[in-house]
Ligand binder design. Structure first.
Ligand SMILES: [Fe+2]
Ligand SMILES: [Fe+2]
Length: 470
């Protein structure tokens, strides 16, 4: 199932066979391009060495070449259809999946698609100015790759809205371009997507922790009984893994450089030597991890239970779970604070699905910490990085009324106030990090605060001219 690039909108959904839908998307396209020009990357470039999706099959789906970004072929690609696919969970488990939206789930499905769709352009907006300060051409290229693919993910959601939700869906597709990250009048839907991404350490933390939340949300939608949504998300997850890679290796390289400087000067105070101190890296981890945990919502949720029972949204890797996939009889444990101590409550498993997804996410996040600590260990340093406690710095859910230290101690507001500068980035930390953000655009050169990557993109060397400026 290859993709037709002769079309105005590349696609593998036979757009040409549905003139009405094709016209609707073609009339949305100029609005998208207008949004890209005004809210997309602020640095003018001639062309960028980018990956474009050209097929969805196992045997290679990407093509790499220098392309002018505004001519990037954003398109609509769904993973291949499995004609035998059946609903894997909920009260309709075992029945064939849906190719159309059942009337009774229309509003809920549309809401889920709009919320997912809203995050995609939001991150492009948040990262808009980062191109002005990239530490290398390689990094600049990776930023733009993430940006064009988030743009394509917007296309993916807009296709579903146009194809399956009629007039309402078209209105929602317009609104996705009208809300903007941080806009006071019409902000993006989720809080974390209204924060700006002011520097490259924040960008790497965002792609590690916040994009990874996106991966887990997409994973639940990939299980959906609404087959076009499932197939869309399956393909998006393929692209998303490069975004995780950018985050994981980005933090790797900042830690590597910090370790080098710490050894060279025999001091953790490497700020005067152009590095980012390890304790500042830890504070950035604390911040980005805790705000990303908030994206999973309340630990107990009847909405999540209803979505599951209806078959709209499953669990992470639903089909590998060893239970009845209906969960009406099962129990789960959720963490909370009662009478000033950390404890667990047993609750119906159906109500604890947000907590279940968050648990999967946390286990995945730990992998990065292992990698980064291996870097420190290999450098002969004793310091280790860690994920702060689940209850630390939370704004959503059962911990949001409490103060919990990164180590998991419950403290009062006075202790929190007195110590929070040791746990979260201070203005001075942010100012230092921002002071290091100077563009390095000579091929093969890299900024002082980060190590070069161990290899380039698509077998090209690090020195390759990934970006040409206009
Ligand atoms: Fe995305
Ligand atoms: Fe992403």
């Amino acid at each position: 199932m290859s993709i037709d690039y002769s079309e105005k909108i590349p696609n593998n959904v036979d757009l040409a066979g549905d003139r009405k839908l094709q016209r609707a998307l073609e009339s949305w396209q100029p609005n998208f391009l207008n949004w890209w020009k005004t809210m997309g990357p602020a640095v003018p470039t001639e062309d960028v060495y980018l990956r474009t999706a050209v097929a969805v099959g196992r045997e290679g789906w990407a093509h790499f070449d220098h392309v002018a970004m505004e001519e990037y072929r954003w398109g609509v690609f769904l993973a291949e259809r499995n004609a035998d696919r059946r609903i894997a969970f909920g009260e309709q488990k075992g029945e064939p999946v849906w190719q159309q939206v059942p009337g009774e789930y229309r509003a809920d499905l549309q809401r889920l698609i709009v919320i997912q769709g809203d995050t995609e352009p939001a991150s492009v907006e948040q990262q808009r100015r980062l191109g002005e300060t990239a530490p290398s051409l390689y990094d600049l290229r990776n930023l733009f790759q993430v940006n064009v693919e988030e743009g394509r993910h917007l296309w993916a959601m807009v296709y579903l809205l146009h194809a399956f939700f009629g007039r309402n869906g078209r209105d929602e597709a317009e609104a996705l371009l009208q809300r903007n990250s941080g806009d006071l009048d019409s902000p993006r839907i989720l809080g974390a997507f209204n924060e700006e991404t002011p520097d490259w350490l924040s960008f790497f933390m965002f792609t590690y922790f916040t994009d990874r939340d996106g991966k887990y949300q997409l994973g639940t939608l990939k299980e959906s009984a609404f087959d076009p949504l499932s197939r869309t998300c399956e393909f998006m997850l393929k692209e998303e893994s490069h975004h995780m890679f950018v985050g994981t290796t980005g933090v790797d390289r900042v830690v590597t450089r910090a370790a080098e400087l710490t050894r060279e000067f025999d001091s953790e105070d490497i700020a005067p030597h152009g590095g980012i101190p390890l304790d500042v890296i830890q504070k950035y981890i604390n911040f980005h991890y805790s705000v990303s945990l908030d994206l999973f919502g309340s630990e107990q949720s009847t909405n999540a239970a209803n979505y599951f029972t209806a078959g709209l949204k499953g669990r992470w890797q639903e089909e590998r779970r060893k239970d009845d996939h209906v969960l009406t009889e099962n129990a789960a444990h959720i963490d909370l604070i009662r009478d000033g101590v950390l404890t667990q409550d047993e609750v119906p498993a159906l109500l604890a699905l947000n907590s279940d997804l968050r648990t999967e996410y946390i286990a995945d996040c730990e992998n990065g910490l292992k990698r980064w600590n291996r870097v420190l260990e290999n450098a002969g340093l004793d310091r280790r990085l860690y994920l702060p406690h689940l209850g630390f710095n939370r704004g959503v859910g059962l911990f949001s009324d409490h103060h919990v230290t990164p180590k998991g101690d419950i403290v009062g507001p006075d202790v929190w106030e007195a110590h929070k500068d040791r746990w979260l980035p201070t203005e001075a930390d942010k100012t230092h990090v921002r002071s290091l953000m100077k563009p390095v655009y000579e091929p093969g050169k890299i900024a002082s605060w980060i190590a070069p990557p161990t290899k380039g993109i698509n077998d090209k060397p690090f020195e390759y001219e990934y970006v040409h400026f206009s």
